[in-house]
Design a protein around this ligand. Structure first.
Ligand SMILES: *[C@@H]1O[C@H](CO)[C@@H](O)[C@H](O)[C@H]1NC(C)=O
Ligand SMILES: *[C@@H]1O[C@H](CO)[C@@H](O)[C@H](O)[C@H]1NC(C)=O
Ligand SMILES: *[C@@H]1O[C@H](CO)[C@@H](O)[C@H](O)[C@H]1NC(C)=O
Length: 527
């Protein structure tokens, strides 16, 4: 019992010293965004150190590592590894897909690689500064703290005030009860003054509340307000809440109310596809294929709007009711065209199709709308049927593994996460085929990088990772006009030939350059 008390005392002293260091190093002052960032950084460091202290005190107790579990924990930096060995049989790669790994840093093809790395590091650090807030910091609540406080859910509008709910103190009896509150992006005040309580530092970033009566102090704590002073549209302030010997940390989110963008679905009943969906496509040279697509759409959806982005060298007119044809500079490219087309969509949903697709009675857009309306998905892919009868959904899962200084690892695998309840033909994944319906504003939020001019598709889903909630249904099917025939030299018409010369030029390195610099990857693995 005595040794325990002694240990507790030592613990107290250690945390007091740490606390003193925190308070000394952390001197909020001038209202300046850089300052608040710095103070948050130092709090972060101290919090990390204090949790390490606890770990050290267990050192002497024996333990056994469970490899089966540690194997699935994030490693200290990802390694760029694929499956070893290759099956030397015909179609071996098709039958037994292997995971291939590709290093990006060395392949970025820049003779001044060190300079490139330096610029990437700077760009990445500034991205992290912009995208992180105090709400992302690990906070540990110490054991047996007499402090009561809200761990999450306190929110304030920029430059506005709020009451801080849930503050309290549960101390054993003493002569004077007191608490401290410290902020870095705003100030404290009280909405009412309780008798028998002394409040110091009203209207500042540091407030001290004390009373000889615990109930009076707790009553006073119900009236504490926080006012945000340093403007930021979306961040968090870290509040230090302390009493003698104990310290707690919690965050207050500072953000504007998100402005919704709602679409009027029209009168209830059946889904009105013309009111809800715009079909977007990009064309280049292949006017015959485009005309087939339009005619097939009109059989089923005579009044749905079709937006066409066209970067042909000698554009031909494409006219008709509910058709918008946008001419772009010659050869602007694939993702630039997708961007342009999507930017002109005025409906809630956009359906992406390639210009060589053909609608059939299996292309039921109502079904995609239904999935999007009744789930939290942002984007749902369908299936594309080749002339051979083969149907593809191209489902992939994507993940990004922490990799440190050199960049992260991008992992892409065929497959999906799980079946969607109530929709037996639909699954959740991270990427799908280039026949999909999506919430228009979510697609715009991710955007199609116009630097990807020729062959590109998965890049959009990599950019959208963590933003887009993606699904795939294999019972909404569009037909692909004879691609196989078009790809073989003897089956090609003149425009087909010109098209494939343009679309499939010598292998360009732009994808890898973007993965390396823009997305901060050092490695890609895929199967
Ligand atoms: C409370 O604030 C006072 C004055 O700034 C400071 O001396 C003291 O260490 C603080 N106590 C705690 C527990 O933070
Ligand atoms: C609040 O101020 C009083 C008087 O200066 C001081 O005794 C007390 O320690 C302070 N409270 C905290 C939690 O530091
Ligand atoms: C469907 O929407 C279109 C475009 O908003 C509108 O012109 C049409 O009248 C609607 N049809 C029905 C049946 O409500």
């Amino acid at each position: 019992m005595r040794t325990q008390r002694k240990k507790g005392l030592v613990g107290c002293v250690v945390s007091l010293i740490l606390l003193a260091v925190v308070v000394r190093q952390w001197t909020p002052g001038v209202s300046n965004v850089g300052d608040s960032e710095k103070s948050i950084e130092s709090v972060k460091e101290k919090l990390r150190q204090s949790s390490l202290q606890y770990l050290n005190s267990y050192d002497s107790i024996p333990y056994h590592i469970k490899r089966s579990v540690t194997g699935s924990l994030p490693k200290n930096g990802c390694a760029c590894e694929g499956d070893a060995g290759q099956l030397k049989v015909p179609f071996g790669d098709l039958l037994f897909p292997r995971v291939a790994a590709q290093e990006l840093g060395s392949a970025a093809g820049d003779p001044h690689l060190e300079d490139l790395k330096k610029r990437r590091r700077q760009a990445y650090n500034s991205f992290r500064r912009r995208s992180q807030s105090a709400a992302d910091i690990l906070v540990v609540a110490e054991a047996n703290s007499p402090l009561q406080y809200p761990t999450q859910g306190v929110e304030v509008r920029p430059k506005k005030s709020t009451l801080i709910p849930g503050l309290g103190l549960k101390h054993r009896s003493r002569r004077l009860y007191s608490v401290n509150l410290t902020a870095s992006m705003g100030t404290f005040n009280v909405a009412a003054q309780v008798e028998g309580v002394v409040v110091r530092g009203e209207g500042t970033m540091h407030m001290n509340v004390s009373s000889s009566l615990l109930s009076a102090l707790n009553w006073q704590l119900q009236f504490i307000t926080y006012t945000n002073d340093i403007f930021h549209p979306n961040t968090a302030d870290m509040i230090q809440f302390g009493t003698d010997g104990f310290q707690a940390t919690f965050t207050i989110k500072i953000r504007h109310n998100v402005t919704p963008k709602l679409y009027d679905p029209g009168p209830r009943g059946e889904y009105n596809i013309s009111a809800l969906v715009t079909i977007a496509t990009k064309t280049f040279l292949r006017y015959d294929k485009l005309q087939d697509l339009i005619s097939s759409i009109r059989q089923f959806y005579p009044t749905v709007t079709i937006v066409i982005a066209d970067d042909s060298e000698h554009p031909k007119p494409v006219t008709g009711p509910y058709i918008e044809h946008y001419i772009m500079p010659f050869g602007k490219g694939w993702f630039a065209g997708r961007n342009l087309a999507v930017s002109q969509v005025a409906t809630k949903y956009v359906l992406w199709v390639d210009d060589d697709f053909i609608f059939t009675s299996n292309t039921r857009l109502e079904k995609m709308v239904d999935v999007l309306e009744r789930t939290t998905l942002d984007l749902v892919g369908g299936a594309v049927r080749e002339v051979t009868g083969y149907t593809a959904t191209y489902r992939h899962t994507i993940s990004s593994e922490e990799g440190g200084e050199e960049g992260n690892c991008l992992h892409m695998r065929r497959g999906f996460h799980h079946v969607i309840e109530g929709f037996p033909n639909c699954v959740v994944s991270d990427a799908v085929i280039n026949f999909f319906m999506a919430r228009t504003d979510k697609v715009r939020q991710v955007g199609f990088d116009p630097r990807l001019a020729r062959v590109a598709h998965l890049e959009f889903f990599v950019d959208g990772l963590g933003t887009l909630h993606v699904g795939s249904c294999d019972d909404v099917i569009v037909n692909h006009a004879s691609k196989i025939k078009g790809m073989l030299p003897w089956g090609q018409s003149d425009t087909d030939k010109a098209y494939s010369n343009f679309r499939y030029p010598e292998k360009s390195n732009i994808q890898n350059t973007l993965y390396y610099f823009k997305n901060h990857f050092k490695c890609i693995t895929s199967n």
